[in-house]
Every structure is written in structure tokens, then in C-alpha cells.
Design a protein around this ligand. Structure first.
Ligand code: SAM
Length: 333
């Protein structure tokens, strides 16, 4: 069967239905693996407006995008974010609207976001130790993040996912406390292998704490795990379940087990550049089209061309790998 020409299928046959939208490059913390302390942020006029984002989402919907996730930078530092959520949630055919946040500003707006139509929420949290939090994020705020996670649960998000970046020689001691915390509060914990998108190009393969190591730490400190029986083969997370029924743990093993061949994602940066991979070296200027009077067909074609040009994989594990100039906070994780 040949793919419908209107669908976003790349030259390796991968269909794309998942759009990540960064709403800002600003952040209220400075995670060492993500962002330098000193950053020149984009001027406001360069950020896509909510109306431009909504128009773009409506166009991509005609191409098969039905899942959107808002990210950043820190999406909750963008003023009036619930208004964007409301606009997106009202688009017929958009199945899923999610948010990835560091949680610092979440508690007071969790219910508003839920009421605005947000379906899923992921909160990033690497440690439960206040001193380590300060060291990793270069800011205080652990208490607010925990309050945010609890507020998200209370607002009815289920599951609340907690994402922790896994760095060898750095986050091993945080694995078991996070595992126990997630079980206690009924959260879905996911470990993300540290990826080369960091400021100062400090990444080395030796600094990645692999999924297999984390599984061993959790089994020793929390309890036995087994691969989850109902895995979605297209999902980036490798899911495990505690044998005692105490919940699930996921692993985004981008380095030790790349999932590029089932990648269904494209990413729009806050300044309106479309990327077909976190690690792309090229971008498509959607903002230029949106502001330059381009019609829907022209914008849709630009999206198709961007997807068609997608590489086979990210090549982190090869000598050919080139780290993109854009850092994670400016792409949207
Ligand atoms: N500020 C929001 C947050 O903290 O969730 C959204 C943006 S942040 C870039 C999205 C996710 O990317 C977070 O879970 C963060 O921990 C993760 N991340 C950032 N840099 C990373 C890196 N070098 N390797 C792996 N994950 C990274």
C-alpha cells in the first residue's frame, strides 16, 4: 500500500504524527546538561505568537499530526500559556495536548491547565536532594517542583510522568530515592539517558548512565522489574513494571538503545524553525513562511519537505556525529 501523499512519511517509511512545540527559549533554572548560565535570549518579536502556533498546528493536522506537546525552555515562563493550551485543545482532531515542564511554576496553574484541556503532563526532576537539585539546576526550587507534581496529581492528570536525566558519576544516588518517591505517589518515572545537546559540549559517552545500569540499581534498591507486557513498539520509552505491582518505570535510552527507526516526531522551535530530529543540523524556516504571507499549501509542502529530508538516525554512536549548534533549551526537549 502506498502512503497517502498528504501524510508525513519520510524516505524510510516512518509516519509522523507527533509535533513538539517550544514556546520559549527562556528558563527559570539552569540545568548543567541543558543550558549555560549566561544566555542571550531571543527578543520577544522573534517568538511565534499563539495565533501563529495555532495556525501551524491546524496545517499540520491536515498532514496527520494529532499529538502536540508544549515544551521549551520552560513553557510555564511564557505568559498566558493556558490560553495557548485552550486554543489547541479546541482544534477538532487534535487527539492529545501535552506539556513538559520543570515544575517550578506548576502548582498554582496545574488546575487551570487541566481545565484548559491539557491531557498529559511530564515534570522533569533529577533528584530529591535539595543540595543536589541546586547543584544540577544552579537554582533553588525543589520544594516548588514537588508541590507542582502533587498539584498535577490533584488536578487529575493521570499518570503524572516524572523525567530524570541519567548521568554516570552524578545521578546514581538519586535513582533509588526517585524510584521510591514515584511508587509512593503513583507517578510514572522515566529516566532519560544524557544526550549530547549540552552547553560547552561536555558530553561524553562515558558520562551516560545507561538504562541497563539504572535497572540494576532499581532492582537492588527498590524491587525486581520486568519488561512491561503491553509495550508500544513506536514509543521512545522502554517500559518496565515492578514485579510486586508497584508501578512502572520507563527508560528513554537514546544512546544505548536508539529508537530512531520508530521516530514519529518533528519539532518547532520557539522562533519558528522546524526540525526533523533533535540532532538536526538543518532547519526549515516556518516563521518566515507564516509572516511572509505563505498559503496553507506552501507551508504544508515545507513541512513535507522537512520530514522527507529526515536522516536514518541521530548517529550519536558513530564517529560521524556532529553536535548541533542549538542547545537543548533552544530546541525544545
Ligand atoms: N523546561 C522543561 C523541562 O525541564 O521539562 C522543558 C524543556 S527541557 C529541555 C525537556 C527535557 O529535556 C527535560 O526533561 C530535560 O531534563 C531534558 N534534557 C535537557 N537536556 C538534556 C540532555 N542533554 N540530555 C537528556 N535530556 C535532556
Amino acid at each position: 500500500m502506498t502512503a497517502e501523499p498528504s501524510r508525513l512519511v519520510d524516505s524510510y517509511g516512518r509516519p509522523h504524527n507527533n509535533l513538539r512545540i517550544s514556546v520559549t527559549d527562556r528558563c527559570n533554572i539552569r540545568c548543567v546538561y541543558c543550558m549555560p548560565e549566561q544566555v542571550t535570549f531571543l527578543p520577544r518579536a522573534e517568538l511565534l505568537t499563539f495565533e501563529e502556533i495555532e495556525r501551524f498546528v491546524r496545517i499540520t493536522l491536515t498532514l496527520g499530526i494529532d499529538k502536540v506537546r508544549l515544551t521549551g525552555g520552560e513553557p510555564l515562563v511564557r505568559r498566558d500559556l493556558p490560553r495557548l493550551v485552550e486554543k489547541l485543545a479546541a482544534i477538532p482532531g487534535l487527539r492529545d495536548t501535552g506539556l513538559t515542564t520543570n515544575g517550578v511554576l506548576l502548582a498554582p496553574v496545574a488546575r487551570t491547565l487541566r481545565d484548559a484541556g491539557l491531557k498529559r503532563i511530564n515534570v522533569s526532576l533529577d533528584t530529591l536532594n535539595p543540595a543536589r537539585f541546586q547543584q544540577l539546576t544552579r537554582r533553588p526550587g525543589l520544594e516548588q517542583v514537588i508541590e507542582g507534581i502533587i498539584a498535577a496529581k490533584d488536578a487529575g492528570f493521570d499518570p503524572v510522568k516524572v523525567n530524570a536525566v541519567a548521568m554516570r558519576g552524578s545521578t546514581e544516588d538519586d535513582v533509588v530515592p526517585l524510584g521510591k518517591f514515584a511508587r509512593q505517589h503513583g507517578l510514572e518515572l522515566r529516566f532519560i539517558e544524557y544526550m549530547p545537546l549540552d552547553a560547552g559540549h561536555q558530553w561524553e559517552r562515558e558520562k551516560v548512565l545507561f538504562a541497563a545500569d539504572i535497572i540494576a540499581i532499581l532492582e537492588r534498591g527498590v524491587g525486581p522489574l520486568l519488561p512491561a507486557p503491553d509495550q508500544d513498539p513506536r514509543a521512545p520509552a522502554l517500559d518496565y513494571e515492578y514485579v510486586d505491582g508497584g508501578g512502572r518505570v520507563g527508560f528513554i535510552a537514546s544512546v544505548s538503545r536508539p529508537f530512531c527507526m520508530s521516530c514519529n516526531r518533528i519539532r518547532l522551535t520557539s522562533d519558528g524553525k522546524l526540525r526533523n530530529c533533535l540532532f538536526s543540523l538543518e532547519e526549515t524556516d516556518i516563521r518566515g513562511l507564516l509572516r511572509g504571507g505563505a498559503g496553507e499549501a506552501q507551508i504544508a509542502q515545507a513541512v513535507r519537505d522537512c520530514v522527507a529530508a529526515k536522516w536514518e538516525g541521530h548517529e550519536i554512536n558513530t564517529a560521524r556525529f556532529i553536535q548541533p549548534d542549538r542547545l537543548m533549551h533552544a530546541i525544545g526537549g
